[in-house]
Write a new protein. Structure first.
Length: 343
């Protein structure tokens, strides 16, 4: 059990270090505490908190700085969250509503907002679904022998591609296209759309199969893209301003450059029962993130589609301001995704 005075001392040291990056000594603490206490008493209390593993002393004659463990205690038991302004709430809601009908773009917009409001890294990852199927396909003439191919999946993924077509895109061509895609592609799992399926279109299109080939090969590419996990990372360079990371920042940036590791991390989190989690320091399951604070949330939407959204910063982030902001962005995304389908 930590006494009220020790809690006050720990809180002051943590908040001072978050704001300045400098250790705090007993004399400064005596001036900031709301009651009179001697420097000797404060030093004894600081020594006790150090024994508990909440404070560290980098130099023999220097003040104390918080340990990674103290940040967890601070977040869970001491911290008083700061309110988000009405203006910021409005900006977040308006920004996220723009692409609310397209889950992947909505999550990408949310990752950008996380980076903007936290000055950390924002990321989102849509997890592949082997059961996702083609729900609909449209071909929109775009002039000069060009057309826009648009595909929608059952899992609410929207993919498009601009194609050059070597023949007039008239009613006859479009009727043939829709006959082929409705008979062979609509309702087909994304992972089953391949060259073999395209070859079967010869039985329907016959001599016009070569006219359809650019469209069908593009459709095959869109299905391949939609069937894979997709990761977006926003504002990696924000970490360069996190001075407490020192040279560790380059190790973290190297880790992020290998996107498969963060994709695997997101997929593993998506398999857990946790909905939202904050990993601080050594709590992080990945060695490369042991000097960071990572907040991640799982979202389920549409036809059981799963995605992860989160932020990565140093352990010396402004928890009071950042956590409420991140939670508000998460909650707004959750509400918008819920409107788009059954969770």
């Amino acid at each position: 059990m930590i006494s009220e005075r020790r809690l006050a001392i720990l809180s002051l040291i943590i908040e001072h270090y978050i704001q300045t990056g400098e250790p705090m000594g007993s004399k400064t603490l005596c001036q900031l505490l709301p009651y009179s206490v001697s420097s000797a008493t404060v030093r004894n209390e600081m020594a006790y908190l150090s024994e508990l593993g909440y404070l560290e002393q980098r130099h023999t004659s220097g003040g104390r700085v918080p340990s990674k463990a103290s940040y967890r205690y601070y977040v869970d038991s001491i911290m008083v969250p700061k309110s988000i302004s009405a203006y910021d709430k409005k900006v977040i809601a308006e920004t996220l509503s723009v692409n609310s009908g397209d889950p992947e773009r909505l999550l990408s917009d949310a990752a950008k907002l996380l980076a903007q409001y936290t000055h950390c890294i924002g990321f989102c990852c849509s997890v592949e679904d082997p059961l996702d199927c083609i729900q609909g396909i449209d071909l929109i003439p775009a002039g000069n022998s060009k057309a826009m191919l648009v595909m929608l999946t059952v899992g609410s993924k929207i993919k498009s591609s601009l194609i050059n077509i070597p023949c007039p895109i008239d009613d006859e061509f479009r009727l043939l296209f829709y006959e082929v895609v409705n008979r062979l592609f609509v309702g087909t799992p994304l992972t089953d759309v391949n060259l073999s399926l395209i070859q079967r279109s010869v039985l329907i299109a016959r001599e016009r199969v070569f006219d359809l080939l650019p469209v069908l090969t593009s459709l095959c590419s869109l299905c391949s893209e939609a069937s894979q996990s997709k990761l977006n990372i926003e504002s990696e360079t924000n970490l360069l301003s996190h001075e407490d990371l020192g040279n560790e920042v380059y190790k973290i940036l190297s880790f992020l450059a290998d996107k498969e590791k963060l994709i695997d991390f997101s997929k593993q989190f998506a398999k857990t029962n946790a909905r939202r989690t904050m990993f601080i320091g050594d709590e992080n399951p990945l060695y490369e993130l042991k000097n960071t604070s990572t907040i991640i949330s799982k979202f389920t939407y549409g036809n059981n589609q799963v995605a992860a959204l989160g932020m990565i910063g140093s352990t010396r982030i402004d928890y009071q301001r950042i956590i409420p902001c991140v939670e508000y962005i998460f909650n707004t995304v959750d509400a918008l995704l819920s409107k788009g389908g059954t969770k």
